[in-house]
Design a protein around this ligand. Structure first.
Ligand SMILES: Nc1ncnc2c1ncn2[C@@H]1O[C@H](COP(=O)(O)OP(=O)(O)O)[C@@H](O)[C@H]1O
Ligand SMILES: [Mg+2]
Length: 321
């Protein structure tokens, strides 16, 4: 879907990108990660030509992006930055409708669409549509930023550290939201972060960069288990297996209630469940393991819609789902 070939970018003397290569498949969420100044934002902005490369080729859907009108190209690609980047003098609804307006949609259509995408990011249009950005929390502003990027239904979404300024709880909520939205809309997403946990949680693939070049481009499990070199290993940091667990929900590992022949699962549950910690189905396997280790029982019970739908014992976390 997006092919970046041998991209160079120099700013008199500074090499921002050095023969960077990246292939992004349609419908995938690819995370660019690496230390500050390694060229993540520059590579992201090459995709919609907010940065013009010094050399190299950009193909989007097989078309050479350097042949396209940069203004039209930019309008056809959603872009989300840190701290929303919302226009302070426009209401939430007007902010979301900015690109549809540039594209010449009539008013009724763009307001209808604005309300549709606001609902998609879980902001009730009736309640929030007429507010101004300063009347929203940081997390809500980021939701509006995502809604705005989705408004004209672009095939590609670029996100540059969109959650970096948020507190840890809002950040985790927004990560969940993004994954949920992505299951619905299946955009091709390029997402920049410097946080390895965020990268592992969100990425279908992770592109690790250093000094303007790609060090390793791989699925999170592969990056964690087989870092390409000492720099990659250092960047991933301690406890790669725990980081791997963070990517999976307990649903991937649990023993399902009622699936054991002759009530084996049910029996085990009844025997060991007294005082067991309970977690929700979407809880990360890492968080559930932490609960298990900190709890009194030898299993954790998984709740779905108010009833126990499964459980996990310590050995279950060693399985590769
Ligand atoms: N407009 C610019 N002018 C000069 N140097 C720039 C410009 N934009 C980026 N750079 C330099 O290019 C390198 C990569 O920057 P950037 O892509 O923003 O890094 P990252 O997003 O990974 O932190 C840095 O050394 C930065 O200082
Ligand atoms: Mg940056």
């Amino acid at each position: 879907m997006i092919e970046l070939k041998h991209i160079d970018k120099r700013y008199d003397g500074v090499v921002a990108l050095n023969r960077a290569d990246l292939n992004i498949e349609q419908g995938k969420l690819v995370v660019l990660i690496g230390p500050s100044g390694c060229g993540k934002s520059t590579l992201l902005r090459v995709v919609n030509r907010m940065v013009e490369p010094s050399a190299g080729q950009i193909l989007i859907g097989g078309k050479d992006a350097l042949d396209l009108d940069p203004v039209l190209l930019r309008r056809s690609i959603g872009y989300v930055i840190q701290s929303g980047g919302l226009f302070p003098h426009l209401t939430v609804r007007e902010n979301v409708a900015v690109v549809p307006q540039l594209l010449g949609w009539d008013k009724a259509r763009r307001l209808r669409r604005a309300d549709e995408v606001l609902a998609l990011v879980q902001l009730e249009p009736q309640r929030y549509g007429a507010r101004y950005p300063k009347e929203l929390s940081g997390g809500q502003q980021q939701r509006v930023g995502i809604a705005r990027a989705l408004a004209a239904d672009p095939a590609v979404l670029l996100m540059d550290e969109p959650f970096s300024a948020l507190d840890p709880i809002s950040r985790e909520q927004l990560q969940d939201e993004l994954l949920r939205i992505q299951r619905d809309v299946r955009k091709t997403i390029v997402f920049v972060t410097h946080d390895i946990d965020e990268a592992i949680r969100l990425g279908d693939k992770i592109c690790l960069m250093r000094d303007g070049a790609v060090v390793q481009y791989a699925e999170p499990d592969v990056l964690l288990r087989q870092p390409a070199d000492a720099f990659a290993a250092l960047f991933i940091g301690q406890e790669p297996e725990l980081k791997r667990l963070a990517r999976h929900s307990v649903a991937d590992f649990m023993r399902r209630a009622g699936t054991g022949a002759g009530g084996r699962v049910g029996g085990a549950l009844a025997a060991g469940a007294a005082g067991a910690e309970r977690v929700a189905l979407h809880t990360s396997a890492r968080a559930a393991l932490s609960k298990l280790l900190g709890g009194q029982a030898e299993l954790v019970v998984v709740d779905g819609a108010g009833e126990a739908v499964g459980h996990l014992v310590l050995a279950d976390f060693a399985l590769t789902p």
